[in-house]
Structures are given as structure tokens and as C-alpha cells.
Write a protein that binds this ligand. Structure first.
Ligand SMILES: [Zn+2]
Length: 284
């Protein structure tokens, strides 16, 4: 149900098989552990905890939320006694919208009835913060663009970055801003990196970092161009639909098959934000 990978000594990733290849991580110290993000469904998050507590025999002392989205933060409640860390804006968003979104989700899927929103106890407002676990330094880096509250966790000694959703196989901008995302991707490009754990999708290796950043920035350029072209068309909505993910040179099997949906959300969102209205599918 979850796919586990060791990316450095005492550093693990856990990837969901059922929800858009979302990733969580863990850094294991001598006596206690840090979890980076929780997964989409309670059972998956509980499997992460079970691995750390039963197999590795460590207690989870901190949980870091890279941002407030449900598939990264709703599992906080499954680590009772742990301190939750996030950007201050993540806490604000969870406090404002968490309960309402959770109630709506629990109505559709009863597995969420055992979920509770747990707000972060420690927040970062600006700059950086470091959490030391044994020999490892976990440096928090602000990485907005997918959402305003995005942070990455850079393990200094291992040169491993947990990037959160600012880095995905297909960028997702409906809660963010393409310009801000570009800046965050460039900021990542300035780090020395052995591995990047994306918010969703497979681990990026050192040799792929530069080309992978370029690929994401090229995608942002491309969708901005498509949205401008669409406005010139008699049927902008149809035009956007035709420019599907494959027409943009990317595979629809990415993100466990969610690539096309995410791409269409991006196009419609960007069209609305540039042109101030929904793309019309037919001329009335
Ligand atoms: Zn997200």
C-alpha cells in the first residue's frame, strides 16, 4: 500500500500507491524520529508510524507539514504527543479551512471520520529554522508557489531536500502562483543536492536536478503561452481541452494517472486569473 525507500542513512520516503504518488518522509535519530508530511489516507499514515515505532523502535517527536493541503497535513492526529511544525501561513489555513474541508471529506469517505485537524504547535514566519536530530541538521526553507505556505526541509549533511509540492512531476498552481513557483525552483537550483524528494512522484537524483528544474519551468512557460493563445480562439474552452498533457509533451500516467486532471486545472485556473473569466467552450 505504501512504497518505502531509503534515500540516505536514517532517511526514508514513503509513497502512496493509491493517491497521486504523494510522499512522506522520516529522519531517524538515536532516540526519536522526525516525520516530514503525512499521507492522504489514515491507514497509510498509520503504516508510516508503525514502521517507525515497531520496526525501528523510535517515537515520533516532531511532524513537519510542508504545507496545509489535506494529503500532507491531515495525518497529524495519528502522532499523538508529537510537536507539529509548519510555516505560520500553514497554521492559518488549517485553522480557517481545516474543519470544514474535513467534514466535507468525511461525508464522501467514511475513512476520514477518525481524522482530526491538529494545528501546528511551532511555526516559522520568515527566514530559516534548523531542527537538529543526532548528527543531522534539518533546515527549513521557504518554498512558496504551489501554495503560499510552502516550506522545504533540507538535510544539510546528506544534501537531501524534501521539497513539498513546489516540485511535482507536473507543477500544480491552482493554489499558488507560477512566478513565485519559478523563484522557488531557482532557489532549489542554488542548493547542493544529492536527492530531491518531490511532494508527489519519484525521487530525483543528483544528475537529474538541473534538467528537472528546467522541465518544470518550461511547463510553466508553456501553459502561460497556451492561455494567451486560447483567448484569441473562438472557443477558448475547447482550445484548452485540446492542449492536453500529451500535447504538452508529457505522459498522462504521471502522478498515478492524475496528470491530465492537474494539467486541466492549471489551464482553467491560469485562464481565469489572466483573463478574469472562465474560458467559454462555445460562442453564444
Ligand atoms: Zn499540495
Amino acid at each position: 500500500m505504501i512504497h518505502r525507500e531509503r534515500v540516505a542513512d536514517d532517511v526514508y520516503t514513503f509513497q502512496s500507491d493509491v493517491y497521486a504518488q504523494v510522499n512522506a518522509g522520516a529522519v531517524i535519530g538515536e532516540d526519536w524520529a522526525v516525520v516530514i508530511d503525512t499521507l492522504a489516507f489514515p491507514d497509510e499514515t498509520l503504516a508510516v508510524r508503525e514502521f517507525i515505532e515497531r520496526e525501528l523502535k523510535r517515537k515520533v517527536r516532531y511532524v513537519i507539514n510542508t504545507h496545509y493541503h489535506a494529503d500532507h497535513s491531515w495525518g497529524n492526529c495519528f502522532f499523538p504527543g508529537a510537536y507539529i511544525l509548519s510555516h505560520a501561513l500553514c497554521r492559518d489555513q488549517l485553522a480557517k479551512f481545516g474543519e470544514k474541508s474535513l467534514a466535507a471529506a468525511a461525508e464522501v469517505d467514511s475513512v476520514f471520520q477518525k481524522t482530526q485537524i491538529i494545528l501546528p504547535h511551532l511555526t516559522l514566519e520568515e527566514g530559516t529554522l534548523e531542527l537538529i536530530i543526532g548528527e543531522k541538521t534539518l533546515r527549513f526553507i521557504e518554498l512558496p508557489g504551489h501554495s503560499p505556505d510552502g516550506i522545504g526541509v533540507y538535510i544539510v549533511e546528506d544534501e537531501v531536500l524534501f521539497a513539498g509540492d513546489v516540485w511535482m512531476p507536473i507543477p500544480h498552481i491552482v493554489d499558488g502562483d507560477p512566478e513565485v513557483m519559478r523563484e522557488s525552483l531557482k532557489k532549489i537550483g542554488s542548493l547542493t543536492i544529492e536527492n530531491v524528494v518531490q511532494g508527489h512522484g519519484d525521487v530525483i537524483l543528483r544528475g537529474e536536478v538541473i534538467s528537472s528544474i528546467k522541465d518544470r519551468i518550461d511547463y510553466l512557460d508553456l501553459i502561460q503561452k497556451i492561455v494567451l493563445e486560447a483567448a484569441e480562439d473562438d472557443y477558448p474552452g475547447e482550445y484548452l481541452k485540446e492542449k492536453d498533457i500529451e500535447a504538452c509533451g508529457r505522459s498522462r500516467i504521471l502522478l498515478g494517472g492524475a496528470a491530465e486532471e492537474i494539467h486541466q486545472q492549471n489551464l482553467r485556473h491560469l485562464y481565469r486569473s489572466v483573463h478574469g473569466e472562465d474560458p467559454k467552450r462555445f460562442v453564444s
